[in-house]
Design a protein. Structure first.
Lengths: 477, 407
């Protein structure tokens, strides 16, 4: 039995908003970096941070170790700053936003105006290079939570930003981290003060709209002692024939007993069947469990982007700290995904869990790449990794490249992985009970991903299930 | 003189395979930037390249166990007088019989600089043909006395003819104070329905460095099994590349490294499922004591139209001491959908519960640990099908465990 997958469903978020824009000329040079900083009215130290990063980036070479085939990117042919007209200045109240913009987010299912919201999820919305606004601000302020765009944070809370920015992902970390550190235009900032459980889930929604624009946003989350936050991230982009670059950085700092949950549903435009167009999603995400008993968990559903290249990681520095990584990566058409995680165990009795599920269909390539490193100091460290891949169709590829380095004898590290095709027995079982093949495949795939989906917040979990279903629509058994 | 220059001046003009020499001169020795050599800095162990001193010394004593057929090599050179089986020198006239028949064999380890170096050297290229079902296993004794030879290199090409069945033990021994850099290769070409087992028993002296390149091209319904058992040497590195090139071809690649002091063992295995209906299985186990490092990198690749594959790979490491390190990289690259591939890796210390179980029954802690480590290691040995060979390997391992102590 062959399962030739024909995924004809259009990318329904692929529309483009026609809106007047302010943008800097194409190309990347020190001037552009200065202009961005100037536009944001940034203090001197921020400009220095950017210039230093830019200098480092210029000395770096594009990495070649990755599995994905990345066509050369012309960094001179990109807009590094593009904002809808009138939003370039300090964030205004949501009422003053262009109705066209509000309609865009309405269409995406994210009503920005708070009055329209029934349930409480605070959203920070990033459109191309600028954060448009943050909902539920007052309620959060009451709890002492700071949730705003990073530009606003640089202005209003410079001491916090200065202390933590670049502390988890230094500018020298990698090529795209350096680039982002130089030209990042906006992003979200979260600070949860001591002992506070964030009263609602926080969320950022990223939207790329402008043509030939790179999106470089930066998210910084600081969870002080004994705090808790649940953070969600979503993204979409218009459907275009050319590729667009998205190079973001997410940094998380968890202090003593703090817990941060970060969930992503990534649905950037993935290009068409022939692999034309789509977003290059090159993201550096890393969290540090600095304090004792702290916890960071990454959950991701990667369903979009022409090329995904990201490794949400945890540095487990505090004793008894815990890191987790749950991932579902679905690739179809000509998509390439190279994703995984790094767990660096430094503190005593640190624990990490990795569950990764890869599904490749059609001519796509799906790679899990991970590192579990137990340092000599990590006494009693524990890791469990499981990476399973499922193949649908005979032209796709699934690869697994785990690295396991153990330098402490008291550590226990387990890794297991399997690759197989969708089970004919299971399909037959369902079909013989009257379930049509398409539905059966969807059921099996959902079951395959259950371990990850159950860690997602409810709304995201529903969205993820739907997304996977939609992507696998018209699969012929 | 740089390493490339040393090699160039020694081999230029009289290389066995000019293309390989060119490749080596271009690449030089692998550095840590080469992903397959990430954990081993081979250059550190590289002495002056002086082939002239690669002269054999006399075999001091020959102890022939009647249960085996024997072949002797000293410093890489064949010893016809003592050996029971004739090994031909590979030259222009018989070269085509081996390499010409299957040019695919040339593709195996073609990008491995260390192997290219073996292929560059005209000296010590041998050919062994296996026919029929061997009545007893073959031991190839590789003896190294490096008071004279710093570098030693030899390449044994083995043709396992159709329907043949042979078990070969490759034993590597040297004096304790010998300081050799041994760079060897064993290449197998298994014709239809042939069965060959290669057991590398390495108990070299603590100052030696050994790189062993194992290649195998496995034809239809043939079965190749390789065991790399590393007990001695300062550094031992195995480059294993097996291609399953016919329907019904099977292979096993198992390994064991028991290390102490500052020993290092690095295994890189590559199993290439090039045709449908092929199977492979791997089990690598490591016991690391003191400050030793055990490294395992294993890649299974399933080609595009190679459907109906069964493949598994398991790496287990036991760390006995604080300074001991284990690195494990089990990897899968799969381009076909109707496959069953699994890999696993575990690293840990000895279970306290198990030790306690023994202690509660009056077995001393020390003895319990020894027994448990031994049991852990025997999993690999028990996979050797030939009984005579299995007992031989078991005996050697047992001697090694007498000295085992754990924290």
């Amino acid at each position: 039995m062959s399962f030739e997958t024909k995924i004809n469903e259009e990318y329904k978020w692929g529309f483009e908003t026609n809106i007047e824009r302010d943008e800097f000329p194409k190309g990347l040079n020190e001037n552009i970096v200065r202009l961005i900083s100037q536009k944001k009215k940034e203090p001197e130290w921020m400009l220095e941070f950017r210039l230093k990063s830019f200098k480092q980036w210029k000395e770096m070479k594009h990495p070649t170790w990755q599995y994905s085939k990345i066509p050369p990117i012309d960094f001179e042919d990109l807009y590094y700053y593009s904002v809808p007209k009138g939003t370039g200045e300090a964030p205004k109240s949501l009422d003053e936003l262009d109705p066209e913009l509000l309609a865009t987010f309405e269409k995406l299912g994210i009503p920005l105006q708070e009055q329209k919201r029934i349930s409480g999820v605070a959203v920070d919305v990033v459109f191309d290079s600028v954060s448009l606004g943050t909902t539920w601000k007052e309620d959060l302020e009451k709890a002492g939570v700071i949730f705003c765009s990073i530009s606003e944070a640089i202005e209003k809370h410079p001491e916090l930003v200065k202390k933590y920015i670049g502390s988890v992902v230094p500018a020298t970390d990698n090529y795209y981290a350096a680039l982002n550190s130089a030209v990042f235009s906006d992003g979200s900032f979260v600070y949860i003060p001591k002992g506070v459980t964030c009263p609602m889930d926080l969320s950022t929604y990223f939207r790329i709209n402008a043509k030939e624009t790179g999106q470089f946003e930066r998210t910084l989350i600081v969870a002080d002692d004994d705090s808790y936050v649940n953070y969600l991230e979503g993204c979409t982009a218009p459907q275009r024939d050319e590729n667009q670059l998205h190079a973001a950085i997410v940094e998380i700092v968890a202090l003593d007993n703090a817990e941060v949950k970060y969930s992503t549903v990534q649905n950037w435009y993935a290009g068409d069947k022939e692999g034309k167009g789509g977003i290059y999603n090159f993201v550096t995400k890393r969290g540090i469990c600095k304090g004792v008993n702290s916890k960071i968990s990454w959950t991701q559903v990667e369903a979009g982007s022409a090329i995904t290249w990201k490794y949400p990681s945890c540095i487990l520095q505090g004793d008894n700290s815990e890191g987790a990584f749950y991932s579902v990566a679905l690739t179809n058409h000509m998509m390439q995904a190279d994703t995984g995680t790094k767990m660096i165990h430094i503190g005593k009795n640190t624990k990490s869990t990795i569950i990764s599920k890869g599904i490749s269909a059609e001519q796509s390539e799906n790679v899990y790449r991970g590192l579990v490193k137990i340092m000599p100091s990590a006494k009693g460290a524990r890791n469990y990794s499981q990476c399973d891949s499922m193949l649908i169709g005979d032209k796709c590829a699934a690869n697994t490249f785990p690295y396991i380095d153990v330098k402490n004898p008291t550590a226990t590290v387990e890794h297991e992985a399997s690759t197989s095709k969708i089970s004919a027995d299971q399909l037959f079982y369902l079909q013989s009970r009257g379930v049509d093949p398409e539905k059966a495949i969807s059921l099996i795939v959902n079951g395959f991903c259950k371990d990850v989906f159950k860690t997602l917040p409810l709304e995201f979990s529903v969205e993820a299930v739907k997304l996977i279903e939609m992507k696998l629509e018209n699969s012929v058994g | 003189m740089s390493i490339q220059e040393q090699v160039k001046s020694a081999l230029s003009g009289n290389a066995f395979d000019e293309a390989s020499l060119e490749k080596f001169i271009e690449s030089g020795l692998p550095t840590k930037k080469n992903e397959l050599w990430k954990y081993t800095n081979i250059e550190k162990y590289w002495p002056e390249f002086d082939l002239a001193s690669q002269a054999p010394t006399e075999l001091s004593s020959v102890d022939k166990d009647p249960n085996f057929s024997h072949i002797f090599f000293v410093n890489g050179q064949f010893q016809a007088n003592e050996s029971d089986i004739a090994v031909e020198v590979l030259n222009e006239s018989n070269r085509d019989r081996f390499l010409g028949a299957k040019s695919q064999l040339k593709e195996l380890l073609a990008d491995e600089p260390v192997f290219n170096l073996v292929e560059s050297q005209a000296k010590n290229q041998y050919l062994l043909e296996l026919n029929g079902v061997a009545d007893k296993p073959v031991i190839i004794h590789n003896v190294y006395s490096s008071k004279v030879a710093k570098h030693s290199s030899a390449h044994l090409n083995v043709i396992a003819n159709a329907n043949s069945e042979t078990t070969i033990i490759e034993s590597h021994t040297s004096d304790d104070d010998a300081q050799s850099f041994i760079n060897n290769a064993t290449s197998f070409y298994l014709k239809g329905n042939a069965q060959a087992t290669l057991i590398k028993m390495q108990t070299l002296g603590a100052q030696t460095v050994q790189v062993q390149n194992i290649r195998a091209l496995v034809s239809r319904d043939a079965n190749f099994e390789s065991f790399t058992i590393d007990i001695g040497a300062k550094l031992s590195r195995n480059n294993i590349s097996i291609r399953l090139d016919g329907e019904g071809a099977n292979c096993c690649a198992h390994g064991l490294y028991t290390l102490q002091n500052d020993q290092q063992s690095d295994t890189n295995s590559f199993i290439h499922h090039n045709r449908p209906h092929t199977e492979s299985s791997q089990l690598y186990k490591g016991i690391m004591n003191d400050k030793s490092h055990g490294i395992f990198t294993g890649l299974i690749r399933v080609e595009k139209d190679a459907q109906l594959i069964n493949s598994d790979q398991l790496n287990k490491n036991l760390l006995l001491s604080k300074g001991a390190h284990a690195h494990s990289r089990p990897q899968l690259e799969i381009y076909a959908d109707d496959v069953k591939c699994a890999h696993g890796s575990t690293t840990g210390q000895m279970s306290d519960d198990q030790v306690f179980y023994f202690e509660a029954r009056g077995v001393s802690r020390e003895k319990a640990q020894k027994l448990l480590a031994q049991a852990f290691a025997y999993d690999v040995i028990l996979k050797i099908k030939n009984k005579t060979a299995r007992i031989y390997a078991q005996n050697i391992l047992e001697q090694n465990f007498i000295a085992l102590k754990s924290e």
